[in-house]
Design a binder for this molecule. Structure first.
Ligand code: NAD
Length: 369
């Protein structure tokens, strides 16, 4: 079995899907691994480290992927690269096949066995493979650090000879994986932290991290443990209560999302106008449009003295640990079809009765009766 890893090509992407640690585990099993020179540099993994872990180094992407049975990536390779893959190659990564028509076509045309990891069902068994969770953790952490950096205030309470400084009031919007890590991080920095979510079970999770649950009187648990979109009435009620509350908040970190939909708009321009000058909003949801009406993806703007930042791909900013976690998730996923038997046989073996494979693969497989 040959596994190929090319350098990531998306702008600003520093992560890598294979680390020397996971490389060593796969080569120990007998897999042959080709890594493009420099593929790990963004995440501080040297070519030497891969070579020591048993990988062959390739001078370019085409050589790294040539004849590979399995290609690992973080973001999707360019469609031209996909079109150059051998028919039937397995591909694992955050592939977003529907986000780009040329990409979807290349996957179908080359009959690639594509596993977009964002499709992985979030069952207990899949937890060790859940890249959305591992990467959201880093994103939530970095978002708070960015907010602390942009804020003209301390986060912690300080008692000094120059008087007492009140702690910053930080509100985390959305308490999923990123939001809970944001709450924990802001708490460690000494802020007074509040969080809210539409899933009622988050109250206990927020409180267990030392945060206060901000009750806006709206509960909208949806399918599969995710949130559903709010009705107009629910949204109006959430907005009214929130607008009033934000007047006392120094920092907002937004993380709210609904799968497969644009980010819910929660912080209106009018709410921002009502906030104190010097307040900061960091909108992690910028990638899918933002939770704040004023968010400009990839930009930091000033709106009447309130800073609104919409950073993109925050997980990439913590590339070392984000890659380590991502690569372990990928290794655990690949274990579903790449065991010693497969290596011996020289072919990957997919058990399509395994729901983790069957529900992740794209295009969706039609079951033959
Ligand atoms: P996500 O990124 O889709 O959404 C982030 C948060 O935004 C969610 O908590 C959601 O409830 C919240 N949200 C949506 N609309 C909102 C609104 N209008 N106002 C306020 N908040 C809003 O979610 P995620 O972080 O990827 O995961 C969601 C949940 O799924 C997690 O909290 C977790 O408990 C669960 N999960 C379970 C497993 C597992 O069991 N294997 C793995 C991962 C996640």
């Amino acid at each position: 079995i040959t596994i190929g890893i090319a350098s990531e090509t998306a702008t600003g992407e520093r992560r890598v899907a294979l680390t020397p640690e996971t490389c060593k585990k796969l080569t120990a099993r007998g897999a042959r691994i080709r890594v493009q020179r420099g593929a790990g540099h963004g995440a501080s993994f040297s070519d030497d480290a891969y070579a020591q872990a048993g990988a062959e180094l390739a001078d370019d992407a085409a050589t790294a992927l040539d004849g590979a049975d399995l290609v690992l990536c973080v973001q999707p390779p360019p469609s031209t690269t996909l079109s150059g893959l051998r028919e039937g190659t397995a591909l694992v990564g955050l592939l977003a096949p529907q986000a780009d028509a040329a990409r979807g076509e290349a996957i179908a045309q080359r009959k690639l066995i594509a596993f977009p990891l964002e499709r992985l069902p979030r069952t207990t068994r899949a937890q060790a493979m859940d890249v959305l969770s591992s990467q959201a953790g880093m994103a939530g952490y970095k978002a708070v650090l960015i907010a602390a950096q942009l804020a003209p205030r301390f986060f912690p309470m300080l008692t000094t000879a120059a008087g007492t400084i009140r702690p910053s009031k930080v509100l985390i919007v959305g308490a999923g994986v990123a939001g809970l890590q944001a709450i924990a991080t802001a708490k460690r920095l000494g802020a007074q932290v509040e969080g809210f979510d539409v899933r009622p079970e988050t109250r206990e999770q927020i409180e267990s991290l030392g945060g206060r649950f901000l009750d806006l009187g709206v509960s909208a648990a949806g399918e599969g443990g995710y949130a559903r979109a709010l009705t107009d009435e629910e949204r109006a009620e959430q907005q009214r209560r929130l607008g009033e509350h934000l007047k006392s908040i120094d920092v907002i970190v937004c993380t709210a999302a609904v799968p497969g939909r644009p980010a819910p708009k929660i912080i209106s321009a009018a709410m921002v106008a009502g906030m104190k000058p010097g307040s900061v909003i960091v909108d992690l949801a910028a990638e899918t449009g933002g939770n704040c009406e004023l968010t400009q993806p990839g930009e930091t703007i000033d709106s009447g003295g309130v800073t609104v930042a919409g950073p993109l791909n925050l997980a990439s900013q913590g590339a070392v640990h984000a890659s380590e976690m991502y690569a372990r998730n990928v290794l655990n996923f690949v274990n579903l079809f790449l065991d010693e038997k497969a290596v011996e046989a020289g072919a990957l073996s997919f058990d399509w009765d395994d729901e983790l494979l069957a529900r992740t693969v794209w295009p969706e497989r039609t079951i033959n009766a």
